[in-house]
Design a protein around this ligand. Structure first.
Ligand SMILES: *Cc1c(COP(=O)(O)O)cnc(C)c1O
Length: 324
């Protein structure tokens, strides 16, 4: 990063950003990509790019775009979300089809089917490839855009043991994150057709995401792409170990077999609030986040090794015992 060659990326003159965008587009099986500061901006640039104000987006109720983006789709782009509750966060054509609005002067215009893979709120759950294919078919036949929030799609590909493009090339547009599992300090991207990405570049500027000598952070993202994809399965293995360590005690509500990737959702059995539980963990050096009522989330990542998993397991069990 310190040695990155830089230029003004607002004028498309930063060679390191260009390299990153080309590498990302290539890996994702899309024509072009655009570097953005955050996953939220990636989603919001992409949704704006695919829609017009007054459109409706069919998605899953636990989706990041529903829960964690400060209502940006409605505030920034005048969009309405149509969230579906589904087991494990996985949508099927049978669930989505009835939500597609017929043409009628009263209705919003359904324009996008949006998936999230892996699904964060569903504990890092992975879409089976066949489910993606059948939803893509539905989107095609009904003339809808097919969008993937792929902030965590690298983990999905690692779990399925397929090249990431096997998943991402099926979508009209996709967002990915370089900082989550991949471990870069900053950055996400939107990938789509060359024509769409031209539009996305204007939208990114409008949303305040045009950055000047940004090659220094793009270099970190490039490093992550080149070095940190293969090690994701280590995170998955460690997350499973953490889940098994905790489940063995009988102190928590959890199913270690449902831990497919790097996210572990831990259900608390005692009366203590998830917020208080996380504060107690934090005071002992273990950082987990509250994840809804009586649930907390742990994520294995680049900076967590086998000994850290053992130590975290001990601390989480200790704290749970202290609330019995
Ligand atoms: C983290 C995340 C985002 C948003 O990323 P930020 O960089 O925090 O804005 C979007 N989608 C999913 C599924 C995520 O996990």
């Amino acid at each position: 990063m310190a040695e990155a060659e830089v230029g003004d990326d607002v004028f498309e003159g930063d060679p390191t950003v260009k390299r990153l965008e080309e590498a990302a587009a290539g890996l994702l099986g899309q024509e072009a990509a655009l570097f953005v500061p955050s996953g939220t901006m990636a989603n919001q640039v992409a949704l704006r790019m695919l829609t017009r104000a007054g459109d409706e987006i069919i998605c899953e109720v636990g989706a990041h775009i529903v829960n964690y983006e400060v209502a940006a789709a409605s505030v920034l782009s005048g969009l309405q979300l149509s969230p579906i509750e589904s087991p494990g966060g996985i949508l099927t054509p049978e669930m989505v089809e009835p939500r597609i609005r017929p043409e009628n002067i009263h209705h919003p215009n359904t324009s996008v089917i949006a998936l999230e893979n892996t699904h964060n709120r569903a504990g890092g759950n992975v879409y089976p490839l066949e489910a993606i294919w059948s939803l893509r078919e539905l989107a095609r036949t009904r003339g809808l855009q097919f969008y993937l929030d792929g902030a965590r799609v690298w983990n999905a590909a690692a779990y399925l043991e397929v090249p990431v493009s096997e998943i991402t090339s099926r979508f009209d547009a996709v967002s990915v994150c370089f900082s989550k599992g991949l471990g870069a300090p900053v950055g996400s991207a939107v990938a789509s057709t060359r024509e769409n990405i031209k539009t996305a570049r204007r939208i990114r500027k409008m949303f305040g995401g045009g950055m000047r000598q940004v090659g220094i952070i793009a270099a970190g993202a490039l490093y992550a792409l080149e070095n940190n994809l293969e090690r994701l399965i280590d995170d998955h293995r460690r997350a499973r170990v953490l889940a098994e360590n905790l489940a063995d005690t009988g102190l928590f509500e959890m199913a270690p077999k449902s831990v497919l990737t790097n996210i572990v959702v831990i259900g608390l059995k005692s009366q203590v609030s998830e917020i208080e539980f996380c504060s107690a963990l934090e005071s002992r050096g273990v950082l987990l986040v509250p994840f809804g009522r009586a649930r907390i989330r742990a994520v294995a990542h680049l900076d967590i090794g086998d000994e850290d998993i053992d130590e975290a397991s001990r601390v989480i069990i200790d704290v749970a015992r202290s609330y019995l």
